[in-house]
Design a protein around this ligand. Sequence first.
Ligand code: PLP
Length: 284
Amino acid sequence: SIVYLNGAYLPMEEARISPMDRGFLFGDGIYEVIPSYAGKLVGFAPHMARMQDGLDAIEIEYQVDQDAWRGIAGELMERNGGGNLGIYVHISRGADSKRHHAYPKGIAPTVFAFTFEIPPEPRADKSSAAPYSVVTAEDLRWRRCNIKSTALLGNVMHFQQGYTGAHTETILYNHAGELTEASACNVFVVKHGIVATPLLDHQKLPGITRQILLEILRRDGSIPVQERVIQKSELEDADEVWLTSSTKEIAPVVSIDGKPVADGQVGDVWLAAQSLFSAHKFDF
Ligand code: PLP
């Protein structure tokens, strides 16, 4: 594949960074994944805005130029054959001559992007939905999960907890038994037709799919939505549970810790929500 590295387009095999890069040594960087279908991006502006927020939060001096990035994304999609592509963007603090924790002054950030194939657009159709079977675990990550840091070891370990048991994700809860998110997704719970998702704070990533879905549902108005504290125990009598992320959109969860969610079938509210999402996602 053709990748973008510090201003140049080149084959992945030829892309080189320094082993002294702080992204490599410390996980000192910010990343994004933006989905695209046949060259059309979903949520480009909010993804770029979140990337700037992350860079500002960790004081990497880099101004995101959205027009330039639209150009780079377009170029990468074209050079990699189009289709269904995720655009991965990674900005690390850069390479220093020594390994020292303090933020060095005067080094250039390392800017990297590549594309990878993602599943076709999810269809609002129960029979083609890919239902998730998940486990739950106490969230043992750091307390700055609102920053989309490339330091993902906590997420990777939590993902593996679910994955090793042939499940597909791990839904996380904090010490107080409140849901935070999943290892690579946000979480939604549906009860009596009301869609709820945990409030944003330092314990979870402000997901762009979450943001777009909430906005679409609120504009439509037919399905009530809430952002509130959700207890882990609410998973047990939920009518539906969903996971959201850029490459999955809205994924129905049908089994949690070996027990079915409601009747273990993909739900009607999911169908309505995914239909609305499919109809309006390219507006963002
Ligand atoms: N939470 C975590 C920890 C993630 O890594 C991701 C995305 O990969 C999400 C939530 C979902 O965010 P988005 O909808 O922006 O892809």
